[in-house]
Design a protein around this ligand. Structure first.
Ligand SMILES: [Zn+2]
Length: 148
C-alpha cells in the first residue's frame, strides 16, 4: 500500500509545511511564542514559564533552504518533552531532539549535512560571543537548572 503521508504532502524547499501548520493549531498543549529580538548564549532557550522560545537574532532565518525557527522549535520542544515530561537525561533528550530536527529538515527538502554544517559554524561563532545587555532577563540558563 502506498504511504499516505507521501501522497498527501510533497516536501518542497518552501518554509511552511501545510501539515505542521495545520497541526500547530489544535494538537499542542501550548505553543511558545518565538522571540528573535535578543542574544541567546546557547542559540535558543525558553523563558521561565515556557511561554517564549528565544532564538538568537543573529542566526540566519534559513539554512539549506529550511526555516531555522521551525527546525529549532522542533528540537527544543522534543528535548523539553523528553527531559521534563519523560525523565530522560539531557544528553539523551538532546540526541533524540537532534534526530527530530534532522527529520524536520529533510521532510522540508533540506540537506541535513549542509544544514548542520552551517548551524555548527553559527553555534561556534555565537556561543561565547554575546552582549549581556542583549540577553533576555527571564531566559532559563539550562546549566543553572541542571545545577552543573
Ligand atoms: Zn539540544
Amino acid at each position: 500500500m502506498k504511504d499516505m503521508m507521501s501522497m498527501m504532502y510533497k516536501p518542497t524547499s518552501t518554509q511552511t509545511c501545510p501539515k505542521c501548520r495545520k497541526r500547530s493549531k489544535g494538537n499542542r498543549l501550548r505553543r511558545a511564542i518565538i522571540d528573535r529580538n535578543h542574544h541567546v548564549p546557547e542559540i535558543a532557550g525558553y523563558n521561565m514559564d515556557g511561554s517564549v522560545l528565544y532564538i538568537d537574532k543573529r542566526l540566519p532565518a534559513t539554512m539549506a533552504g529550511v526555516d531555522v525557527d521551525s527546525a529549532l522549535e522542533v528540537h527544543e520542544e522534543v528535548e523539553n518533552a523528553l527531559e521534563y515530561r519523560l525523565g530522560f537525561s539531557y544528553p539523551h533528550a538532546h540526541m533524540m531532539a537532534e534526530a527530530a530536527e534532522q527529520c524536520f529538515v529533510e521532510a522540508h527538502g533540506g540537506n541535513w549535512a549542509a544544514y548542520d554544517k552551517e548551524m555548527q559554524a553559527w553555534i561556534k561563532k555565537l556561543e561565547n560571543n554575546y552582549d549581556k545587555s542583549e540577553v533576555p532577563e527571564d531566559l532559563i540558563n539550562p546549566n543553572e537548572v541542571k545545577g552543573k
